[in-house]
Design a protein around this ligand. Structure first.
Ligand SMILES: *Cc1c(COP(=O)(O)O)cnc(C)c1O
Length: 377
């Protein structure tokens, strides 16, 4: 009997490039262990240079903190409504409630799995008719696939509602050649441990409007006014990224493009090796959409088939995960209004995220696909 457990394969685990420790060591050597310092400036510059489009970047403690500040900067406050993509991670929606505002959820479309332009416009018209114009739109590039940027921003512009672009999963993705993270009035990134690059925990607020960046840093550092003593005219947060973690980020920026190509290699491997499984369909990229393939996702035929694949992988010590459970199905948001077309319910039932780390070996990928093929045939 073989009692040796097969090697654990994670859905998406941290992948260091090699130079991270140098930046961290430099911070120690120069005693820049305090919150701010040269690594924070350097990391912000690296991101701004990478994204281009005249962006300004504030490095913060998490993607969630960045969403919170982003909504605050867009003027969201008590009693407001914010339209939010329903199919996403809870962190896209939770900060709306931190501000005393209410999320109103919008379903997805099948092309990109992201916020549906038709449902968005129906919702905007309906909320206005009911007497309350939504204060902002939270749109998400799920799994690295850009949302329908042109359609969504056309609607937002027409109704003069700002867009908070949740680009937590899409650093390195582009829409018509332009980087995700540059489309929103304010955009956010995440450097959590499972993202395409990580600082072990961190995020960033991005905007072409420099005033937003400056105000974000002001609010993220306890809203301290310009005075020799501590003077406050606003409520602040402690949301800035530390100089140590920014050092990890600087090292990770050096390998971002490599991580994108490795994750895309995973996707292409799955595409090629699961081709014979006609029951399965990998998430497709429409013309003009370049996904970083943060996670490679499949649509199965049914909930039962999805669960059979997930269980078979788990039995072999391989982590996979159903797609994000839509927010309108979450108990905590049961009372919120939602504009639905059935798409996200269906994707949630049948969809599965496959292991997608940039540190996967080819033999890992072979192990994964051979198990799936045994189940699906
Ligand atoms: C990870 C993630 C966030 C939150 O980022 P943290 O850095 O973990 O706070 C927000 N939105 C989406 C879509 C995410 O995947």
């Amino acid at each position: 009997m073989n009692i040796v457990e097969s090697k654990k394969i994670w859905l998406s685990s941290p992948h260091m490039g090699g130079t991270e420790q140098q930046y961290v060591k430099e911070a120690f050597d120069t005693n820049w262990v305090a919150p701010l310092g040269p690594n924070v400036d350097g990391f912000e510059n690296d991101i701004a240079n990478y994204l281009g489009e005249g962006t300004h970047v504030a490095a913060l403690s998490s993607g969630t903190a960045s969403l919170h500040l982003g909504l605050q900067l867009l003027g969201v406050s008590t009693g407001d409504e914010v339209l939010c993509q329903s199919m996403t991670f809870a962190a896209s929606a939770n900060p709306i409630t931190y501000l005393g505002a209410t999320p109103v959820f919008i379903d997805s479309e099948f092309l990109t799995w992201n916020i549906c332009p038709e449902q968005l416009e129906i919702a905007i018209k309906d909320r206005i008719a009911k007497g309350k114009k939504p204060k902002a739109i939270v749109a998400v590039h799920l799994y690295g696939m850009p949302y329908q940027v042109t359609a969504i921003h056309d609607i937002a512009t027409r109704y003069e509602i700002p867009v908070l672009e949740d680009s937590a999963e899409s650093l390195g993705s582009t829409y018509k050649g332009v980087n995700c993270g540059t489309f929103g009035d304010i955009s956010i990134l995440s450097f959590n441990g499972n993202k395409i690059i990580t600082t072990s925990g961190g995020g960033a607020l991005v905007s072409k409007t420099e005033a937003y960046r400056n105000k974000a840093i002001f609010l993220a550092t306890q809203a301290r006014d310009n005075a020799p003593h501590y003077e406050h005219t606003e409520i602040g947060h402690n949301y800035r990224m530390s100089n140590i973690l920014a050092g990890i980020g600087r090292g990770q920026m050096e390998v971002l493009d490599k991580h994108v190509s490795l994750r895309r290699r995973n996707y292409e491997f799955y595409q090629q090796h699961l081709l014979e499984c006609s029951d399965l369909q990998l998430q497709q990229a429409p013309e003009g959409y370049f996904s970083n393939r943060w996670l490679s996702c499949i649509e199965t035929q049914s909930f039962t088939q999805r669960e059979a694949i997930r269980a078979a992988l788990a039995a072999e010590n391989i982590e996979s995960r159903p797609l994000w459970k839509p927010m309108h199905l979450q108990p905590v948001f049961a009372d919120c209004d939602a504009y639905l077309n059935g798409v996200s319910n269906d994707l949630f039932e049948r969809g599965l995220c496959l292991p997608s780390g940039s540190n996967l070996e080819e033999e890992d990928l072979f192990r994964i696909t051979s198990i799936i093929k045994k189940i699906v045939g």
